[in-house]
Design a protein around this ligand. Structure first.
Ligand code: SF4
Length: 346
């Protein structure tokens, strides 16, 4: 059983990230705040372009600066560093030894000219001063840990000799080799077929239990969230619109955008041919974010105030907040549509 504590490993406070482009400034992340506790798996969900990947890449300091810029905010890691303020050199050290990242497409992050064993061993030699032979032995152990058969011979092979799912296992082995305090997985299963997706999620779940790693999972897929995470942050148009435990999010969702996301999750207790509804409309232009609630143009419940003033977060429980005018005491009482509740058993 995974043990999460209430001790934070990562505190992101009021983070703002922009990109300067030929057409003007894109405000990709607009005041994001959340905390990840030690041993916890936190999912950040939202449609593409909502700022979830930029948030993750900013934590890892992988956004190109310029054109990217951290305009405001703090990223406190393990109670010590503000990652937003470290030099590139200091950050390289933190990234190599204390953080691991798994990307959507392992082929673009694996080196095609190097054996997978050397790629796993590289971090151990560089960041932990491990002798080469010991690092190669450890590479075999890592391949074993991530469930690659015949690791002794596979360690000498190149990425193209592995299937897509096996390559993602290799990426996970590289990311975990230095026993990082934080693992960030950005759409780790999106490029894989459904059966392999399930296997990779199962593996990550298993590894979280074994290593008690703290994980940030970036995904657009709420089905993956239910399987792996304990807590969820929902992002829309560069902002957090709802934060909750997985149970609260699936059974008591409060934000109409979350309701829309939940409608697109299939469930087993219904006819498999049921229509999954995508959210009508498109997210706003982040060159010039709208005044008021950014979801208003797509929200069936929008009221006059929604177009005038951005809603603050309302506390629903100790672990649950949402930013929606419907939660104001004077607002009409609107409950989540019945069909979006309980989709966790999808
Ligand atoms: Fe809809 Fe208004 Fe809530 Fe925004 S604040 S999600 S527009 S009801």
């Amino acid at each position: 059983m995974t043990k999460s504590s209430t001790q934070p490993i990562l505190e992101v406070k009021n983070l703002e990230v922009s990109f300067q482009t030929y057409a003007g400034e894109v405000q990709a992340v607009r005041g994001v705040t959340f905390t990840l506790n030690k041993g916890e798996a936190l999912a950040i969900v939202g449609e593409s372009g909502c700022g979830k990947s930029v948030t993750a890449q900013t934590i890892m300091r992988l956004i190109p600066m310029p054109p990217g810029k951290i305009k405001n905010g703090e990223i406190l890691f393990d109670g010590e560093h503000d990652l937003a303020k470290l030099t590139d050199k200091q950050m390289e050290q933190v990234r190599g030894s204390e953080m691991g990242m798994i990307f959507q497409d392992p082929m673009t992050s694996l080196n095609p000219t190097m054996t997978v064993g050397k790629q796993i061993a590289e971090g151990l030699i560089k960041h932990q001063n491990m002798p080469k032979e010991a690092a190669m032995n450890q590479a075999v152990e890592m391949l074993k840990l991530v469930g690659i058969p015949s690791p002794e011979s596979r360690v000498k092979q190149y990425p193209h000799e592995f299937s897509g799912g096996m390559r993602q296992r290799v990426m996970i082995a590289i990311a975990l080799a230095c026993s990082p305090k934080l693992l960030i997985a950005d759409e780790p299963t999106t490029a894989l077929d459904v059966t392999i997706q399930a296997q990779i999620i199962e593996l990550m779940k298993d590894l979280q239990t074994k290593t008690n790693a703290s994980i940030i999972l970036i995904t657009h897929d709420l089905g993956v969230v239910a399987d792996l995470a304990q807590r969820v942050v929902v992002m829309y148009a560069g902002k957090v619109v709802e934060q909750a435990t997985v149970e609260e999010l699936f059974y008591e969702p409060k934000h109409p955008y979350t309701w829309g996301l939940l409608k697109s999750v299939p469930r087993l207790d219904h006819d498999s041919n049921e229509d999954l509804e995508p959210i009508p409309g498109t997210p706003p232009d982040l060159f010039k974010p709208p005044v008021g609630c950014a979801f208003a143009a797509r929200c069936p419940y929008a009221m006059k105030i929604c177009l005038e003033k951005d809603p603050e977060h309302t506390t629903v429980s100790d672990s649950h907040t949402a930013a929606c005018w419907l939660l104001h005491e004077d607002a009409p009482k609107v409950e989540a549509p019945v069909e979006v509740r309980g989709r966790k058993h999808a």
